[in-house]
Design a protein. Structure first.
Length: 132
């Protein structure tokens, strides 16, 4: 598959990890690109995945991250740049109005809640194997 990451400047993936991922991609015919332009990343996209801007342990960075990442918000205008039949994913919990808007997470492209249900079944299967 072809993967494009859209990240603000200063939030690029670790270069060593990126180099390893690109090397792995060569063996499968995949591509891996990093851009600072959300429009470029979304153009022609089939699947869009977003996540919270500040994870656990990054609470003190939340205000700064929100300012830097707001141009990367997944909203209707941004989603319109993707393919018409694209799907939207988010690992939850979502911060509505931050990384994703209500109209997108609740919209026809969203499979966020199906994704969460699938994760629930996968986690239950792991428990069955562990407890067994």
């Amino acid at each position: 598959m072809d993967l494009t990451l859209a990240v603000p400047e200063g939030y690029d993936p670790d270069e060593d990890i990126l180099a390893q991922a690109r090397d792995d991609a060569k063996h499968t015919g995949a591509t891996l690109e990093v851009t600072h332009d959300l429009s470029t990343a979304l153009e022609g996209a089939d699947v869009i995945y977003t996540d919270v801007w500040a994870s656990m342990g990054q609470e003190e960075e939340k205000a700064q991250r929100a300012k830097v990442m707001m141009p990367y918000q997944l909203n209707a205008e941004a989603l319109a740049k993707a393919n018409n039949d694209s799907i939207v994913l988010h690992c939850l919990p979502a911060h509505r109005g931050e990384e994703i808007t209500d109209e997108v997470i609740d919209g026809p492209h969203s499979v966020v809640f199906d994704q969460a249900e699938n994760r629930l079944h996968a986690q239950m299967a792991v428990l069955v194997q562990v407890i067994g």
